[in-house]
Ligand binder design. Structure first.
Ligand SMILES: [Zn+2]
Ligand SMILES: [Zn+2]
Length: 345
């Protein structure tokens, strides 16, 4: 077997190049995947720009991938067969600390996220933890399967919010994760899902999927939102924008006893209106990536096909690995696209 592969490597801030690097060597408990597709995530861009608080260079970015299993070692290997099409949870968690023991592997005390703290999947091969690998049906559209990780994030956000069938939700920030949250929330039975988004392209996209939208820059933004809930506010507000006005709106438009979900990453501490939290007896839940049980949920949701038509609309373009630099250049400029995928040779 060959020992070298092509990969997109971030050597330092704003420096991404296609390079030839060694194929990862497996330790016990690890599996090697030949990558087919990997999607570009906002956090990959944060890593490239040096905005990720804990990323280490050099690093191969990428954590939204699908591929073919080459080899698996250690516990869990017996349920996998080389040649299987697989997806994998993109981080190394210890499996022993108390958050891991409670099923919160996404907040493991020794968490190494692929594409930031260790190498990711914009490469011909990637290594993962064997116990985080899941087989998908051979006939599944691999481009859709590459969305498993962001779907897992959306599922984690909706489940952790406690959203009940018949409730209302406000999604602040209509990027890929916000849009997936809206889809999953509606699928979970939300009777009304409103997306607040500045970009006209994203609002039009959401409306095509029959979501209601509002533009926070509109003069009558407040009146529009009040009208949508008869002035009562939303049962769950998902703050995905990571902006100061976003978190303020999430608290303001949350109903009495409602839930504010903190999803968007923020660098600085933002002020929160605690008297509104007090007066309305609100709850606030931070969420980080996704836990393994929600990754499994995302695999099952994709296998069911229930939302696959909607998910497919999210894939805007694909680039061969040779054009990874062009793909990242485009992903850094807001425009008329959602998910950009990179296809491996
Ligand atoms: Zn991502
Ligand atoms: Zn742990």
């Amino acid at each position: 077997m060959k020992t070298e592969m092509k990969a997109g490597v971030i050597a330092s801030k704003n420096s991404l190049h296609l390079k030839t690097v060694p194929i990862p060597v497996l330790q016990d408990g690890e599996a090697l995947i030949r990558v087919r597709y990997c999607g570009i995530c906002g956090s990959d861009i944060h890593v490239l720009r040096g905005e990720h608080p804990t990323a280490q260079f050099p690093v191969i970015p990428g954590h939204e991938f699908v591929g073919e299993l080459v080899e698996a070692k250690g516990p869990g290997a017996s349920r996998l067969t080389p040649g299987d099409m697989v997806v994998a949870q993109p981080f190394f968690s210890c499996g022993n600390c108390e958050p891991c023991a409670q099923g919160h592997d996404n907040v493991c005390r020794d968490l190494h996220f692929m594409g930031a703290h260790c190498d990711g999947a914009f490469a011909e091969y990637v290594k993962v933890l064997t116990r985080k690998v899941y087989t998908i049906p051979k006939e599944m559209d691999l481009r859709l399967a590459a969305l498993t990780e962001p779907v897992a994030v959306a599922m984690h956000d909706v489940r952790r919010s406690g959203l009940q069938a018949g409730q209302t939700a406000l999604v602040i920030g209509g990027g890929p994760i916000g849009m997936l949250i809206a889809m999953v929330a509606r699928h979970a039975g939300a009777r009304r899902v409103v997306i607040s988004e500045i970009s006209e392209f994203r609002r039009a996209f959401a409306e095509k999927l029959r979501f209601e939208t509002v533009n926070p820059l509109d003069a009558d933004f407040d009146a529009q939102l009040q009208a949508k809930t008869e002035g009562k506010g939303f049962d769950v507000c998902f703050e995905v924008s990571g902006s100061k006005p976003g978190i303020a709106a999430a608290v303001q438009y949350c109903t009495i006893g409602g839930m504010v979900m903190v999803i968007g990453m923020t660098k600085e501490p933002y002020p929160v209106n605690l008297s509104a939290m007090f007066a309305k007896e609100l709850r606030m839940q931070g969420v980080r990536s996704h836990a393994q049980y929600n990754f499994i949920g995302a695999v099952e949701l994709l296998k069911s096909g229930a939302l696959n038509d909607a998910f497919a609309t999210m894939i805007s373009a694909e680039y061969p690995l040779e054009q990874i630099v062009e793909a990242f250049d485009r992903a850094q400029v807001p425009g008329d696209y959602f998910k950009l995928l990179v296809r491996m040779p």
